[in-house]
Ligand binder design. Structure first.
Ligand code: IPM
Ligand code: SF4
Length: 472
């Protein structure tokens, strides 16, 4: 009998290209290569310089997301009003895709969106596959039981030219989330709590597999949020074994077959799980029963506390973070007044996230001192949210409802938090100046973000849950 293997090993072994000499690193076949406007231009230029063609345009999919404006597109259906630099970046991607026959979801395309939101939506992110992108949050796709990770621009060039990638085999880390988390918490809180325990380098060199009752209970949206944040613990990737929740999400999407043919696919996907006796290089278990809504206070995602928990005492390790973040050591964040609330990004810009924020905002108003921006992760999310009337809830509450894109998560598209302002943001990074020069960020869940928007300060969102949102 063959020895027990982890989900990661199964996928890795199926994608390693056999070679006569067994010198490492391995050569890994890439099933899907996602590209966007920021990290692809130099890679295409390298191809051009050597007169190479893209090896598998049919396994490459491009979108525009990072630098695209989120104000309504102009009457011509384009983005002609963007700055010359942004226009050049977008136009370069358009020309590269045209030249190499790569499908591009550009301005006006009803399937466009943030690269990590569209892959799953279009049924391109599949269990058991290998997915890469010149973007660190590619780990998001691991929610489907795919091995998905970010690569550098040089590697983007390698994959474009060869469809394979040289990779050292990472180690494995199992994170078990035991018990059911409370109704005022979500996948974002699980992720922030885990990172606060692991540290921003705790997962370095590892692929995390998430297991446990709380993970099985998550929707695909929640699983994507959790896998998305894996990289913020330093991990190479995060993954979750596919199950009926995964299959139901995928049914009917994109070019996937239906009926018996789809069931047959699912049968194969059911084998994608770690064997019960498989060993991981490391393991941790997190009890979710006492989980509280989490917020970051510093300049790393690991600097996170429960909403009512006192911040850590000042020490050498956090002095720089305190100098930038300007919070009081030893006191909770509760009551800190905020200026901006951002709901969106590849972490929390999907329908379930917007629904959670809307459920809190329905019939209420955003505090007059707060600017709130709600940005759907894709055109599809925008359509579905509007079909549910969520845009009207946001607008009635005084929030801005925008076009899809990375928006305030990265502040390279015109949406930014002002100098010195404090934002509660559903994105994934809180580095100094991440959301704009001098901006300060508190990362949180959509529920917490919406509650803070109403209060104009950091609040415990529990009191803001409307009756219909309390799950039993
Ligand atoms: C632009 C890209 C290289 C970057 C990443 O890789 O993560 C961005 O998406 C981010 O979130 O900072
Ligand atoms: S939403 Fe933010 S984290 Fe996600 S891909 Fe865009 S910039 Fe990166």
């Amino acid at each position: 009998m063959s020895s027990p293997t982890t989900l990661f090993q199964k996928i890795w072994d199926r994608h390693v290209i056999p070679r006569a000499e067994s010198t490492h690193p391995d050569l890994l076949y890439v099933d899907l290569h996602l590209i966007h406007e920021v990290t692809s231009p130099q890679a295409f230029a390298a191809l051009d310089a050597r007169g190479l063609r893209v090896r598998r345009p049919d396994r490459t999919l491009a979108t525009m997301d990072h630098s695209t404006p989120t104000k309504a597109i102009d009457s011509a259906g384009g983005w002609e009003h963007v700055s010359p630099t942004v226009w050049h970046q977008l136009d370069t991607l358009r020309r590269n895709c045209e030249k190499h026959g790569i499908e591009l979801l550009g301005p006006g395309d009803s399937r466009r969106g943030i690269v990590h939101v569209i892959g799953p939506e279009l049924g391109r992110t599949l269990p058991g596959s290998t997915i890469v992108c010149g973007d660190s949050h590619t780990s998001t796709h691991g929610a489907f039981g795919a091995l998905a990770f970010g690569i550098g621009t040089t590697e983007v060039g390698h994959v474009l030219a060869t469809q394979v990638l040289m990779q050292r085999r990472p180690r494995t880390l199992r994170v078990r989330f035991e018990g059911r988390p409370p109704a005022d918490t979500s996948a974002k809180d699980l992720a922030l709590f885990m990172i606060s325990r692991l540290g921003v380098e705790g997962g370095t060199g590892h692929v995390i597999e998430y297991q446990g009752e709380a993970v099985r209970a998550l929707s695909m949206e929640g699983r994507m949020t959790l896998c998305n944040m894996s990289i913020e613990a330093g991990a190479r990737a995060g993954m979750i074994a596919p199950d009926e929740t995964t299959f139901e999400y995928l049914r009917g999407r994109g070019d996937l077959p239906d009926g018996d043919a789809f069931d047959l696919l699912c049968e194969g996907w059911r084998a994608l799980r770690s064997d019960p006796d498989a060993t991981f290089d490391r393991e941790i278990t997190i009890d979710c029963r006492g989980l509280r809504p989490m917020l970051t206070w510093g300049v790393q995602p690991a600097q996170a506390v429960a909403v009512d928990e006192p911040l850590p005492a000042l020490d050498e390790g956090n002095r720089a973070a305190y100098r930038y973040a300007r919070h009081d050591p030893g006191r909770p964040l509760l009551g800190s007044s905020i200026d901006v609330v951002f709901v969106g990004s590849c972490t929390n810009g999907r329908l379930e996230d917007l629904q959670a924020a809307a459920d809190v905002l329905r019939g209420r108003r955003v505090a007059p001192s707060v600017r709130m921006l709600v940005v759907p992760g894709s055109e599809a999310v925008k359509r579905e949210a509007e079909a549910r009337g969520l845009d009207r809830v946001f607008r009635a509450a005084g929030a801005e409802w925008r076009e899809p894109g990375c928006s305030m998560c990265i502040a390279m598209n015109g949406d930014l938090v002002g100098d010195g302002q404090l934002a509660v943001s559903t994105s994934n990074r809180n580095f100094a100046g991440r959301q704009g020069p001098g901006s300060r960020t508190l990362l949180a869940s959509p529920l917490t973000a919406a509650a803070c928007a109403i209060a104009g300060e950091v609040v415990d969102p529990t009191a803001f849950l409307q009756p219909e949102t309390v799950s039993t």
